[in-house]
Design a protein around this ligand. Structure first.
Ligand SMILES: NC(=O)c1ccc[n+]([C@@H]2O[C@H](COP(=O)([O-])OP(=O)(O)OC[C@H]3O[C@@H](n4cnc5c(N)ncnc54)[C@H](OP(=O)(O)O)[C@@H]3O)[C@@H](O)[C@H]2O)c1
Length: 344
């Protein structure tokens, strides 16, 4: 009897999220049945992937759609962040091989964000089991254009799509990919607030810091991808896909003010500042530290949700908002160290 391995294409393997998911695939009980190809732009890391982890590595950038398309054509499962070429490849695969490829895409709860600018908390809470509610999101929302393209592809019937939407991810992953210098270990939002606060000498906050976001630990959100992957492979008919295939990654909520207070406290404790109390970023500071007012104000938006569909897979995140807040001081210490400013 011939035995075919599950061909998996992985984009974003060197990333903060992707590395943690890939590390889990490498230690998965069925790892021997996986034939994993990663697509990445760093030649040195491609060498590490091949020599240390036995992966196939193809070097290229996301602009090289032809390469991605042909890799996707060879994959039954894709973990992705470059959508058009992947959809083209999977469509061709379905036409020639006839199987139903699986696309696990990363979006983000940024798709839910509003324009509160830190001035209020919203009562609107999105539920990943409520497809109508998600479908009503305006097309102009962050991530939305790609999410809609993916769900449309699922409707066409040549693949099944699953979209994971992590929230504010925190914590530093620990795994062999990190030890090998292959995976990034720094998240986006909290580190950005920390770097800005260090630069201005006092913790900053957007508006009054009243708006609310969810958070999730890096290792626990990686568990969600694996729960999803295992469920889709084992019981494809029992897992929603397409418009029913959104999975929020959240395990607690914070106000942005809570994070800024934790940063202020940590900075004072570490000898970097005299006043723990955050002050409001000026419009000029939003541009200076976050690239634009829109980017900066994102850290004062609301994005409330419940991952009920995620939990229906058996995903059980244990970390809470308190764990997230406790992760702030070590993150401040690591960033100070990286900036060469540990000693004050
Ligand atoms: N971190 C969070 O809190 C969070 C929360 C929700 C959603 N998200 C979303 O999740 C996605 C991944 O986030 P992350 O935190 O894991 O980011 P990250 O650490 O920056 O990882 C991004 C990955 O994509 C690869 N990549 C980016 N541009 C590329 C290009 N032009 N060609 C080839 N590869 C490219 C990077 O490769 P290199 O290593 O070569 O740069 C890296 O592997 C993003 O879309 C982000 O918006 C993140």
């Amino acid at each position: 009897m011939s035995f075919e391995k599950t061909s998996i294409l992985f984009l974003g393997a060197t990333g903060y999220i992707g590395g943690s998911v890939l590390a889990r695939l490498l230690e998965h009980p069925n790892a021997e049945t996986f034939d994993i190809t990663i697509f990445l732009r760093d030649v040195k890391k491609a060498g590490i992937a091949e020599s240390k982890f036995g992966l196939k590595a193809v070097v290229g950038t996301l602009a090289e759609e032809d390469k991605i398309e042909s890799l996707a054509e060879g994959a039954h499962v894709v973990f992705s962040c470059s959508v058009n070429a992947i959809l083209c490849g999977l469509r061709k695969r379905h036409a020639t091989i006839g199987d139903l490829p699986i696309l696990i895409h990363t979006s983000g709860t940024g798709v839910l964000r509003d324009t509160a600018k830190g001035m209020y908390a919203t009562d609107t809470i999105y539920d990943d089991t409520n497809a109508d509610q998600i479908e009503a999101l305006p097309d102009a929302q962050l991530h939305r254009e790609i999410d809609v393209t993916i769900v449309e592809a699922d409707k066409q019937g040549y693949l099944k799509t699953y979209i994971v939407l992590p929230s504010t991810i925190y914590g530093r992953p620990v795994n062999p990919l990190v030890e090998a210098g292959f995976q990034k270990t720094v998240s986006i939002q909290i580190p950005a607030l920390i770097r800005a606060s260090i630069a201005r000498g006092q913790s900053g906050v957007v508006g009054k810091g009243l708006a609310i976001w969810p958070s999730v630990d890096n290792e626990e959100v990686a568990d969600l991808y694996i729960k999803l992957f295992d469920s889709v492979v084992a019981n494809p008919d029992q897992v929603g896909h397409g418009r029913e295939g959104y999975f929020f990654g959240e395990s607690g909520e914070h106000t942005w003010g809570d994070i800024s207070k934790a940063i202020g406290k940590a900075l004072v404790e570490l000898g970097h500042g005299k006043d723990e109390e955050p002050t409001t970023f000026t419009p000029g500071e939003l541009v200076k530290y976050f690239g634009s007012e829109v980017n900066g104000n994102s850290l004062g938006s609301n994005s409330r949700c419940r991952g009920n569909r995620s939990r229906s897979l058996g995903w059980k995140p244990k970390k809470t908002t308190q764990d997230m807040l406790a992760s702030v001081k070590p993150e401040v210490e690591r960033i100070l160290e990286a900036l060469g400013q540990s000693q004050k």
